[in-house]
Each structure stands twice: as structure tokens, then as C-alpha cells.
Design a protein around this ligand. Structure first.
Ligand code: NOJ
Length: 541
């Protein structure tokens, strides 16, 4: 068994986690000061969103120096101390590896744009204009053309995200070697692995308008493995938006020596109208949602590994998006925790999820920080969408939802900073905060804590087979996990209404293992499920 197979990973978005020097921006000493909290929660590793030097066009996902720490976050000594102090508490640090692109302020790009003959020219993807315009009609994820004209050398460079995030040319062996050298620098420091940003894009063939899953993608990953990961006890998780279960097996089959696992987003994208963008939302079909989650559980059960998540720094808060963040906030937050943490794979918790933090509501675009939402708003306003429509969808799906400061206590600025936070603290911090949650036995926090311990102490949670029950039920998600003659039943009423459940599960029932309504017994043949009730029980013969 690998350490990450029964691990739970906690994502820290450093700008918003804990400020230690009053500048309103979270930092590495701040994270260090909260390690005891994370140890108490019980997590095994921290996925640390980028802390590298960056002009922050995309909040650190535009890196100008992979081997320097942004002064806002601290120093390399702070970073080394974080790795050591986390290790003392049994926590590993998983760094964010953003190598599909760099910042345009990275030295490689500064050189590359100087002349067509510069030794770094070919580190990026440059093309001549076609008919006086861009080489083709590829679009950037953050709006507009994916090609930016550079007057200096009269060519276009490719950027699949913002124009300050030029794409690296992975076909160039020197690019690959430079990336591997940088990865080894970090691995030699003793980090626990990498989360690999949009890694499925590195094999792109822009002339053929192929972005994800390019033909050489898996060759590159095998080469990367050989040059960096081989023989090291680390984990890797690739961010792969367009992945299918077949492709996920290519990445995560241990025999192929690529990655430990990937993030797949199929369940997240079920609220998008087909072939449109994340902003074109539709109602989620609950039955389809269960089907998709089940498909991934089944498909990756043998030669692959799943990552399990509802949230990250790009996604709205689970309790607001899928649950009920007012009347049933506590119940629904626990329900989603139970549903996810009883599945097979490695669960990820995004900071604040463990206390049921909620989405942020804004009224004006001036309140938005995120480049993706701002660009979308301006572009769509020109196309004729109304201000109300656009603000609504930003409130539902915008990335700032996840990025508001961590709510530690009910003091000024929720204990996040003594200064003015870079993004406002949510007004609900007086009720929703770590201090209020940590010591109360029936809190969301303690449900997460309990679920982490269940995984640690029950091989069934790590290895058990998964079977979906009641697939067509319009509001109940029920599944079984079975391992070595033991079976657990997980039942969740994903609705705000009381549900009278009748099922053909005739087994006798053992102990209640987890319940978000404090139930002491449960009869699956016939039961009444309260709004957002979730329960885990042992099934006997
Ligand atoms: C995915 C990251 O999670 C997101 O925050 C970032 O904007 C893009 N990749 C580009 O790096």
C-alpha cells in the first residue's frame, strides 16, 4: 500500500489561509502557526496552491520563478521550515506544479520574446500571423484569442489562459529537462509530491487545435516520472478537466509509471449546458449525477485510483452549490462529507469546507478579484447579457466564492489578519468559524474528523467494492461498500424534504457508524429520512 491510498489531503490556498504579518495576505508563517489545527483534524498532506514568485495575474498560477517564494508569502527559509514542521506532525507538503505555462515575467519568456534567435525562443510557442491575424481561432480559457501578437518580433505566442501566461513548448527537450531539474530541486527538499496544474494540456498541438490529450502527453509523463519521481515515495495528482475513465487509467495505472491519480471533473460539469462554458448553467439531474460518480468508482476500481473532491480554489463551496447553506447548512455540509469520504479513492478537503464555509454574494463587478470572472463579465456585457444575469452566475460559480479568508474565530476579520484582508471576510464569520466548530462534538468539523479516522481504521473504506443502490431514486443516494465479508450501507437524502424510504434491503442491520442526525438505529427496509439526512450502518447477513 502507498501512503496516499488511505490519506486525506487538505488544500491550502495560501493567500486566504492565515496572515501572520498584518498585510492582509495569508503567508507561510501563518500556515505554520495552523499546523497543529491540521494535525488535530487528522490530514496526512497539504496541497499548497502556488507560493512561488509571481506577478499575480492569476493569483500565483502565473509563475515568474519556480525556485523563489513570493515575498507576500515569506522566504525560502519559511518554506523549508514549513516542510520540516509539517513533517514533525506527520504531514507532507504537496507543491503545486504549474508547468503548462509560466508568467510572461519568467526569465525564460523575457528572453524568448527578445528575438527569433534567442536561445529561449523555442521554450514557448511562437507562430507567424496568418492573413494579418492570429494563426487560428483558438480561444483562451480566460476569454479572447489564445494568441497574442508581440510587436518586437512580429509573431504571435500561445496562451491558453491569460496573455500573461504564455504556454511552454513541451516539444522542446530543454523545456522538459528544465522542468525536471526544478522538480528535483523541490523533491530533494523532502516534499510529499505535486499537484499538476492542467497537466493534460502539455501535449498540445496548437496547429491542429488540439489542446488536451495530445498524442505525446503520456510519453512526456513517463519521461517525467523516470527523471523525477522514480524511486521516491511521493504522490502526484494531475488536474485533467477533459479526462475519461479510460484516460484516467492511463495516467494512474501503477504499471505505467505516470501519476498517482488525476482530478476528473465530470460530476462538476453536470451543471453546464452541453458544449457551452462553465457560465452557461442548467439544473443538475440528480440521477445522472449519481451515475457519473458511480461510473468513476467502478471504472477505476482495479487499475487506477480516484481522487475525491467537491471543492477547490476554482469551484463554488459545496454546501452552497449542492446543499442548502441556510436552514440545513450543518446537515447538508455533513451529508456531502459523508457521501464523499465513504467512497474509494483519496479525499481532498478544501480549506474551510470542514467548517461549512459558504459562497460569497456580490452585487457589483467592482467587488470581484478573479480575472476569470472579470473577463467573462466584460466580454458578455458587450455581447448583450444583462448585469443581473452575469452577477448571478458569478455568485453561483465564480472562483472568489472559494477564496474568501479562512474563518478562524469571531474576532475582527475572523482571526485571519490584523490588517485589511485582500478579499473581504464573509459576514457570517461570527457563527461560522473554526473556534465555534472545533470543540463542539456535533459540528461539521467533528464529522470530518470522524470520517478521516474511519478511513484510517477501516480497510473497507480504502479498499471495499462499491455498489450503487436505488439508481433511479430522485433524491436518495445509497451505496454499499464491501470488503472481506463486511458490508457498509451509506444512505443520504439529498433534498430538503422528508423522505419515506422503502427498499428491498432485507439484511439485518448492525451498528450505526456515522449519522448526521444522531440516529442510533436504522431500518433500510422502511425508514423516514429527514432533510439532508445521511447515515452509515453495517449490514449483517
Ligand atoms: C487551474 C488552476 O486550478 C487555476 O486556478 C488556474 O487559473 C489555471 N489552472 C491556470 O493555471
Amino acid at each position: 500500500m502507498k501512503w496516499w491510498q488511505n490519506a486525506v489531503i487538505y488544500q491550502v490556498y495560501p493567500r486566504s489561509f492565515q496572515d501572520s504579518n498584518g498585510d492582509g495576505i495569508g503567508d507561510i508563517p501563518g500556515i505554520i502557526s495552523r499546523l497543529d489545527y491540521l494535525k488535530y483534524l487528522g490530514v496526512d498532506a497539504i496541497w499548497l496552491s502556488p507560493v512561488y514568485d509571481s506577478p499575480n495575474d492569476d493569483n500565483g498560477y502565473d509563475i515568474s520563478d519556480y525556485q523563489a517564494i513570493h515575498p507576500d508569502f515569506g522566504t525560502m527559509e519559511d518554506m523549508d521550515r514549513l516542510i520540516d514542521e509539517a513533517a514533525e506532525r506527520g504531514i507532507r507538503i504537496v507543491m503545486d506544479l504549474v508547468v503548462n505555462h509560466t508568467s510572461d515575467e519568467h526569465q525564460w519568456f523575457v528572453e524568448s520574446r527578445k528575438s527569433k534567435t534567442n536561445e529561449y525562443r523555442d521554450f514557448y510557442i511562437w507562430r507567424d500571423p496568418v492573413d494579418g491575424g492570429p494563426p487560428n481561432d483558438m480561444e483562451a480559457a480566460f476569454g479572447g484569442s489564445a494568441w497574442e501578437y508581440d510587436e518586437e518580433t512580429e509573431q504571435y505566442y500561445l496562451h491558453l489562459f491569460s496573455k500573461k501566461q504564455p504556454d511552454l513548448n513541451w516539444e522542446n527537450e530543454n523545456v522538459r529537462q528544465s522542468v525536471y531539474d526544478m522538480m528535483n530541486y523541490w523533491l530533494d527538499k523532502g516534499i510529499g509530491g505535486f499537484r499538476m496544474d492542467v497537466i493534460d494540456l502539455i501535449g498540445k498541438l496548437p496547429d491542429e487545435k488540439i489542446t488536451s490529450n495530445g498524442p505525446k502527453l503520456h510519453d512526456y509523463l513517463q519521461e517525467l516520472h523516470e527523471a523525477t519521481l522514480k524511486g521516491r515515495d511521493v504522490m502526484t495528482v494531475g488536474e485533467t478537466w477533459g479526462v475519461t475513465p479510460e484516460a484516467a487509467k492511463l495516467y494512474s495505472d501503477p504499471e505505467r509509471h505516470e501519476l498517482s491519480m488525476v482530478f476528473q471533473f465530470e460530476h462538476i460539469q453536470l451543471d453546464e449546458k452541453s458544449n457551452q462554458s462553465k457560465w452557461d448553467i442548467k439544473e443538475i439531474d440528480f440521477v445522472e449525477w449519481k451515475e457519473v460518480l458511480t461510473k468513476w468508482q467502478i471504472e477505476l476500481k482495479d487499475n487506477g485510483w480516484n481522487s475525491l473532491f467537491w471543492n477547490n480554489h476554482d469551484l463554488p463551496r459545496v454546501v452552497s452549490r449542492y446543499g442548502n447553506d441556510s436552514e440545513y447548512r450543518v446537515e447538508s455540509a455533513k451529508l456531502f462529507a459523508i457521501l464523499l469520504h465513504l467512497m474509494k479513492g483519496t479525499p481532498y478537503i478544501f480549506q474551510g469546507e470542514e467548517i461549512g464555509m459558504t459562497n460569497r454574494t456580490i452585487e457589483s463587478i467592482d467587488e470581484v478579484d478573479d480575472i476569470e470572472s472579470i473577463n467573462m463579465y466584460n466580454e458578455r456585457l458587450d455581447e448583450g447579457y444583462t448585469h443581473e444575469e452575469l452577477i448571478h452566475v458569478i455568485n453561483v460559480k465564480g472562483r472568489d466564492n472559494a477564496r474568501t479568508p479562512m474563518q478562524w474565530d469571531d474576532s475582527d476579520q475572523a482571526g485571519f489578519t490584523t490588517g485589511t484582508p485582500w478579499l473581504p471576510v464573509q459576514p457570517n464569520y461570527k457563527e461560522i468559524n473554526v473556534e465555534a466548530s472545533r470543540d463542539s462534538s456535533d459540528s461539521i468539523f467533528n464529522t470530518y474528523r470522524q470520517l478521516i479516522q474511519l478511513r484510517k481504521h477501516n480497510p473497507l473504506v480504502v479498499w471495499g467494492d462499491y455498489e450503487l443502490l436505488l439508481p433511479d431514486h430522485p433524491s436518495v443516494y445509497a451505496y454499499k461498500r464491501s470488503y472481506k465479508g463486511k458490508t457498509w450501507l451509506i444512505v443520504a437524502n439529498v433534498s430538503g424534504k422528508v423522505e419515506h424510504l422503502v427498499s428491498n434491503i432485507t439484511n439485518s442491520v448492525g451498528d450505526v457508524i456515522v449519522s448526521n442526525y444522531d440516529k442510533e438505529s436504522f431500518d433500510p427496509k422502511q425508514s423516514v429520512l429527514q432533510p439532508y439526512e445521511a447515515i452509515v450502518v453495517e449490514l449483517l447477513d
